[in-house]
Design a protein around this ligand. Sequence first.
Ligand code: FE
Ligand code: FE
Ligand code: ZN
Length: 299
Amino acid sequence: MHKCRLHETDACPPLRVGCHLSASGGYLAMAQTAVSIGANVFQFFTRNPRGGAAKPIDKADVAAFTEYAAANGIGPILAHAPYTLNAAGAEARVREFAESVMVDDLRRLELTPGAMYNFHPGSHVGQGAEAGIGLIASHLVRVIATVTKGGRPFSTAILLETMSGKGSEVGGTFEEIRAIIDAAEPQLSGACQLGVCLDTCHVWDGGYDIVGGLDGVLAEFDRVVGLGRLKAIHINDSMNVRGSRKDRHEKIGKGKIGLEAFRRIVCHPALRKLPFYLETPCDLQGYREEIALLKELTS
Ligand code: FE
Ligand code: FE
Ligand code: ZN
């Protein structure tokens, strides 16, 4: 019988695993749905993923959620920015929209302390990766300056998502993620530490061999970015071969990454204590089964 490697060395905490959920019923409904499918974490879009106006926050819902989450051991929750935002856009209008949405999202997230906020760094749309990196870094600096203005406390971890590199996406290599952090962080005056969310489908599609060489990929991540920055995993199989730069998620074990690789991923000592968020093409019943499967892989 397989044993999680941590079992041999360490007290093994329960796996933190959940999935992307619809935010349409509010926070409490998401937490209750999570519990009903065996999850103890969840992810949600802060607003329509195409970037429309956010629903007004219902303070009673937030209060009920906070109590329910504490009683049921739910968290950390991961808010996902609309994926159409482009902080690296060529037009000022596009960049300003990304900025105003992120400021609004981060202000709202202060109502649920300890949440994490994940965003796609952006696409340079022909301006070149270096220009894109500069635009994304200055975007982060402005956003964080605005939300912390006047010394306002700020508790949300901001995570850059590793991308597949499709089109002109920035963040398809660990070096690009590092370059954004290096350009932004010295200007944040310690107001916020930038973290990373690693998406298994994206890094695979981006060329990293997490199937045949997981230890090597994680060593490279550690050398380039630092494992201390890694705060969350998007756990998705991929429809495509390594390096395809396609970004098409598949159900766990049904794609080109495959079940054995996911066993090594969820059991890896560098990853085992991180929260895992599924973004596979599943309905709730499918997610319930995948959550059970991932728990089984670590038992
Ligand atoms: Fe994403
Ligand atoms: Fe993702
Ligand atoms: Zn994706």
